[in-house]
Design a protein around this ligand. Structure first.
Ligand code: PMP
Length: 466
């Protein structure tokens, strides 16, 4: 199929409202023409001009099995021919949905009981908030409703999930956050620690701060804590040593539920099947999306722990039907897609690949970039990583944001055939390649990034900005 590039561009500019895009710069052409993405194979995508790009971000941290997997395409097609749609209200189901749910309950960490389906990470976290409120209403604790999230956490951009997201630019001009959501500090030792404070001491301090926050609000008013096992969009930041153990103890002490947002970390990215397993977290509720279908179909899930579900079932005579659900909850094509994707994840041991190739990736990232004068920190776990740029590494001085160092490096990499993402919180370059990435492909990613960083460093030197 040939695409008429000009026609597609014109139609797009006329009629698509693009997320996370400067609307005036786009409308006036300052951002250039839209990139028309046409095909994908393995870890590469191709645009309508035939340019090939290595996708160092797996789309949006989601195409874990890589592009162009015929097994998945065939599963989608098979299910579309067989039964394109049916709902799962009022005890209806499909074989694909039942199989997927049984599989998720068995593979998920902690004692899980049931799976509720949505279409995106945002709506799944919206569901989690309602489940927390429902749970505490049924337990006769109607005030236990506040949900604590962390600075720089990302949980979506719908009304409740957007409020959980701890970055201001997702709130400004959108009348968020809602008052039910309360914030605590980010688990980032590099920026958050006091001079000389070890990772363990910093983690303990974050736990004390959480404890004090819960005491201040009143434990009877706090329903849940939501967090990503590894901070994702807020800067790809693995937790400091001892963090999760200390946090979990505070939550247990105050009878506060733990929602593990595994939208990025679920299904292998950290090198373990779930981030919760990687860090010894025992969640009460788990959110998954992205890797569940590798982005081949929109599907998310709120996985509900036994302790929470039991209260729902016990309360059913009082409240009647569980009144929450979407037309597309448990979509049969979504379920068939997820089953085909999870077959690949298990058969090809993609968590193992993320562990092994991930260790190589982390070592190469550190070796190549950690000593550069504009690099403050290199961090990551499995196949997710980040380089944080600063203008002075000794004094940890940030670059002037107007220099857009992260965005410029990302653009320089893209001009050389690699997609890596400037993260929205600071001058950070983020990496999250598909979980099928090989060591040789990691070498390509590192080598292009090295050239991109070098070229922007040269520019900064030439212009006297460093
Ligand atoms: N939670 C996390 C941890 C995420 O990274 C994201 C998406 N980047 C979401 C929730 C929201 O998912 P979606 O964009 O599918 O609504």
């Amino acid at each position: 199929m040939t695409i008429d590039v000009k026609e597609v561009s014109e139609k797009d500019k006329r009629s698509v409202l693009h997320p996370f895009t400067h609307l005036k710069d786009f409308a006036t052409g300052k951002l250039g023409e839209p990139t028309i993405v046409e095909t994908g194979k393995g870890i590469r995508i191709q645009d309508a001009h035939g340019n090939e790009l290595i996708d160092g971000f797996a789309g949006m941290y989601c195409v874990n099995v890589g592009y162009g997997r015929t097994e998945v395409a065939e599963a989608i097609s098979r299910q579309a021919y067989r039964l394109a749609y049916y709902h799962c209200y009022a005890a209806h189901t499909t074989d694909e949905l039942a199989n997927l749910s049984d599989r998720l309950v068995k593979m998920a960490p902690g004692k899980m009981s049931k799976v509720f389906y949505g279409m995106s990470g945002s709506d799944a976290n919206e569901t989690q908030a309602k489940l927390v409120w429902y749970y505490n209403n049924l337990r006769g604790k109607p005030n236990k409703k506040k949900i604590i999230s962390r600075e720089r956490g990302y949980h979506g951009c719908s009304v409740v999930s957007g409020s959980m997201t701890g970055m201001r630019f997702y709130h400004d001009y959108m009348d968020l956050p809602l008052p039910q959501i309360v914030r605590t500090g980010a688990p980032h030792h590099y920026w958050g620690a006091t001079p000389g404070e070890t990772e363990g001491e910093f983690s303990a301090r974050r736990a004390v701060e959480l404890d004090q926050l819960i005491e201040r609000i009143g434990p009877n008013n706090v329903g849940a804590f939501i967090a990503e096992p590894v901070l994702g969009t807020g800067g790809i930041t693995p937790p400091p040593e001892g963090y999760w153990k200390a946090i979990q103890a505070v939550l247990d002490k105050h009878d506060v539920l733990l929602i593990a947002d595994e939208v990025i970390t679920g299904f292998g990215r950290t090198g373990s099947m779930f981030g919760s397993q990687h860090y010894g977290i025992e969640p009460d509720l788990i959110t998954v999306a992205k890797g569940l279908t590798s982005g081949y179909f929109p599907l998310s899930a709120a996985i509900v722990g036994e302790k929470v579900y039991k209260v729902f079932e016990d309360g059913a005579d009082k409240v009647g039907a569980f009144s929450h659900g979407y037309t597309y909850s448990g979509h049969p094509i979504g379920a068939a897609t997820a089953n085909a994707v999870l077959d690949i994840v298990e058969k090809d041991n993609l968590a193992g690949n993320a562990r092994e190739v991930g260790a190589y990736f982390q070592a190469q990232l550190k070796k190549t970039f950690a000593q550069l004068p504009i690099v403050g920190e290199v961090r990551g776990v499995g196949l997710m990583g980040a380089i944080e740029f600063v203008s002075d590494r000794d004094s940890k001085t940030r670059f002037d944001p107007s220099l857009k160092v992260g965005a410029r490096i990302s653009k320089a990499a893209r001009d050389r055939g690699l997609i890596v993402r400037p993260m929205p919180h600071g001058e950070i370059l983020g990496f999250a390649p598909p979980l099928v990435t090989t060591k040789a492909e990691i070498d390509d990613i590192i080598s292009i990034t090295e050239k991109a960083v070098g070229s922007v460093m040269d520019e900064l030197v030439r212009s006297g900005e460093m």
